[in-house]
Structure formats: C-alpha cells, structure tokens
Design a protein around this ligand. Sequence first.
Ligand code: SF4
Ligand code: SF4
Length: 275
Amino acid sequence: MSEVLTGVLVSASRFEVYERELGVVFGRRTFGWSHEYVCVDSLETELERARSLSVDELADAIESIGFECTRCGACCKAADCDSDGSEESEPHTATVFPDEIRSIQKREEYDWRDVARPMPYGLSEGPEGQSGETFEWALQTDACGDCMFYDESGAASADEPDAQQTGGGECTIYGDRPLVCKTYPFSVALGGTSQPMGEAVDGEGMVRAHECEGLGRDISRTEAEDLAGALKERAIRELEEAIQVRDEYEPATPADGEIVVHDSEGAKSPDGSVR
Ligand code: SF4
Ligand code: SF4
C-alpha cells in the first residue's frame, strides 16, 4: 500500500507528487519530451556525478552511437496532429528553464506566456479549468500542440538569420533554443536514479539516445564534443534547478482554476509573475 504525500519531490528535475512505499521514494519526473516514475537518489549525489562527467567520454559515446540531424522536425512537433489541429494528440512538452525563457523573450519582446506554459503533468481538470501545482515550464505550443517556435512553412528563414531548417519547417529561435533542444536526442544516465526523457532506444556508457531518425549516422569529433559539452551543461543545470526547487518549495494550495508553477526562483503564476 503506498501513501501519496503532498509536497515537492525532486530528483534530477521536476516533480508533482511523491509516494513512499516500503521506504523507497518514487517521483514522477518530467524530462524534456516525456515523463516517468523514478526512484529518487540524493540530488546532491547526482550533481556531484554530473559535475565530474568527462566531456571526452561523453563525446566518445556519442561518436559510437552516431548522429546527424536530418531536420525531420519530429522533436519539435506533437505527434499525429491534423493540420487544422482537430485530431487529439499529446502536445509537445520540452522543458525550459526560467533564464532560458527570459532569453527567448528578449528576441521579440515576447510575453512570458508567449514562450512558456506550466508543465501540465500533475494538474487536474475541473469546472474552472486546469488547476494545481506543477514544477517546471514547458515551451509554449500552438493549436496543433507543436512547439510555438517551430515554423512548418520554413518561411521565417528569409528574415531570421539563425533560424534552423528542420525538414519543411524550422526553429525560429535556434540561437536561443533551450538546452534540452540543443542536446536532443541524447541524455545522460547518472547512475542509480536518472533515466531522463523516457525510454532509451540506444546507449553507450552513460549516454542514452532517444527516438530520432538521425541516430546511427556518422558524426564528426568536433560536433560530438560540442554535443557532449552541452549534455554535461544540461545535466548540471537540471540538477541545480531541481535542488533550488526543492529548497524553495512551500505548498501553495491553489484555488479551483488556479495554477502555481514552482521553479528555481519560487512560486509563480502562469504569466511568470512571482506569487
Ligand atoms: S534531432 Fe532527430 S527528431 Fe529532431 S529534427 Fe533532428 S533528426 Fe528529427
Ligand atoms: S525551440 Fe526550436 S528546436 Fe526546440 S522544440 Fe521548439 S522549434 Fe524545436
């Protein structure tokens, strides 16, 4: 019999509730594009592991797995959405940190809500709409559930110098895309507890590879090292954020129709303002 406790639980990043069963703590963790239940080790222990990661070894693993982005756009879009947005699909849910949101905001003087939305996991649907507490931000999505910054037409590149073409479309904030986008389709498994981004389809050493049609292709050493550096940076950032979320957390008891997002800077409303 498990006891569901209210409160924040953190492993390498973000949580909604935690459960304690036979002395083992599990948390539902959201990571990049997916979420799952994981056994939770000490965040500080994971952070030590992340800081001691060898970029060379991560690059070796990435080279061994192989990767070249085909620009298919699959990691920027919701699956199975009709062009008119009528078909039900799981919206795109890429994690974005508060400072990353602010960097993207500066590009076009975007409002917070233009860039990010509360991560929906853990929220409940009621008569007044969604409500509850959640522990991270996701990139904003369009009516189809695609990332707001994915331009299917590819038309933005004419006046957007760092737009990155992806299949027929492109990332319109390429230079400021979050770390989770820079490192896709890879993640780092830090040993005992971290299995970020859902099920891996391949792995080498501590590097896990997730669903992507570009896996298995040749990659240059320079590109592998760049990716490895970003992967290490992301692992550290996720843990630092998680530790701050844990330390800042105060239960917010939101009303019906109210959402509170706990991030590393405290409790916020969906418009990014501090409560
Ligand atoms: S990273 Fe993979 S899934 Fe994403 S656009 Fe490139 S090939 Fe497609
Ligand atoms: S920010 Fe760019 S790379 Fe990341 S999901 Fe959106 S369109 Fe894709």
